[in-house]
Design a protein around this ligand. Structure first.
Ligand code: AMP
Length: 176
């Protein structure tokens, strides 16, 4: 885990004062750390009969794509509003100031699909909760949500557990 933790760069006060931005681009550029990260994200699900991996834009695409490849399953992109070309399902969620929305294609998953959700970082859990709701509205069963980083102070893991979705995080960092 130190290999992974040490490969994540912290940018203080980005994108605004008081936020410690946990930058995984340095992890992605480190071959050993990237490989170890994907291996650890895949491990719990190797025998779980996953049908599809869903990844949240944008860093969740990189990690989720690698996890899907490793599990030999397809990949479903969860994107910011307005980016997907075909018919979509949309879910709004609250931000500190205002709201945002994410979408999936209506045919991104099939009813009954067993889906694993991937993103780089779990903060308040608002984005992941919206993604889980979208996948469930499309008829999928979300078996778990996996992240490289957890910020436990922001309560995201608890929030997802109340939805009945098991959460796996590889490392955690203090603060916001
Ligand atoms: P949330 O919906 O609050 O769980 O926020 C999660 C999303 O925001 C993820 O897609 C993260 O990439 C991004 N994010 C939130 N806080 C941070 C942070 N401190 N460092 C890096 N990314 C963050």
């Amino acid at each position: 885990m130190d290999l992974i933790r040490d490969a994540i760069r912290t940018i203080p006060d980005y994108p605004k004062p008081g936020i410690q931005f946990r930058d995984v681009t340095t992890l992605l550029s480190d071959a050993r750390a990237f490989r170890a990260t994907v291996d650890l994200l895949v491990q719990p699900w190797a025998g779980a009969k996953i049908d599809k991996v869903a990844g949240i834009e944008a860093r969740g695409f990189i990690l989720g794509g690698a996890v899907a490849h490793q599990l030999s399953v397809g990949f479903a992109p969860v994107r910011k509003r307005g980016k997907l070309p075909h018919e979509t399902l949309i879910e709004e969620y609250e931000l500190e100031y205002g709201s945002d929305a994410i979408e999936i294609h209506v045919d991104a998953v099939e009813a009954g699909d067993r889906v694993l959700l991937i993103d780089d970082l779990l903060a308040t859990g608002g984005t992941a909760e919206a993604a889980i709701k979208l996948l469930q509205r499309a008829g999928a069963e979300v078996l778990g949500a996996a992240f490289v980083v957890d910020l436990p102070a922001l309560g995201g893991a608890e929030r997802l557990k109340t939805l009945g979705v098991p959460v796996q995080c590889l490392v955690d960092f203090d603060g916001a």
